[in-house]
Design a protein around this ligand. Structure first.
Ligand SMILES: [Fe+2]
Ligand SMILES: [Fe+2]
Length: 169
């Protein structure tokens, strides 16, 4: 007896086109999270100086959160009948989060984090729009992740404000 396929929703045969489009967006999100893990890991270790301490601790915490996001994207890719890509498909994009020339240049790191979070926020907003009325579960998941990224961005904007107020940024 053949297994019945879903007749309604994103898992249905009729929605295979939407599913393929969505899978590409979810794979991009997955790579963005993993690159962020790499960048935050490096930048949670590299900076020198008393003032870097808060930033370093904040980034060290975020690593786990971003990794959790990558895991959620991976699970959802599989649930939508996709395959989580292998590492050879990875292409780095975060030019702005490379190690600064001076390891005390914490403003470079703060600006890089804001850039990364902004990129994620923009891409996740697109996923939320595309999934509207099409895939409620992915939409719900991405809304929660978006909330985290908005929180990260706001936190680092606060750090930047402090440096700007002191004429250091
Ligand atoms: Fe994230
Ligand atoms: Fe984030």
């Amino acid at each position: 007896m053949a297994t019945r396929t879903a007749e309604k929703g994103i898992l249905s045969e009729a929605k295979s086109g939407e599913r393929d489009q969505l899978l590409e967006m979810l794979k991009k999100a997955y790579w963005m999270e993993l690159e962020t893990v790499m960048s935050y890991l490096a930048n949670s270790v590299n900076p020198d100086g008393v003032r870097a301490q808060e930033i370093v601790e904040s980034l060290a915490q975020d690593i786990q959160e971003e990794l959790g996001h990558a895991q959620q994207y991976a699970s959802r890719i599989k649930e939508l009948y996709g395959v989580v890509p292998g590492s050879l498909d990875f292409a780095a994009e975060q030019t702005y989060l490379q190690p600064p020339e001076h390891q005390t240049d914490i403003v470079h790191v703060i600006r890089g984090v804001i850039e990364a979070e902004t990129g994620a926020i923009e891409h996740y907003n697109r996923i939320i729009e595309v999934t509207d009325g099409v895939d409620w579960v992915t939409q719900d998941m991405v809304i929660a992740i978006l909330h985290d990224e908005e929180g990260h961005r706001r936190l680092f904007e606060g750090y930047l404000r402090e440096y700007e107020a002191e004429g250091l940024a």
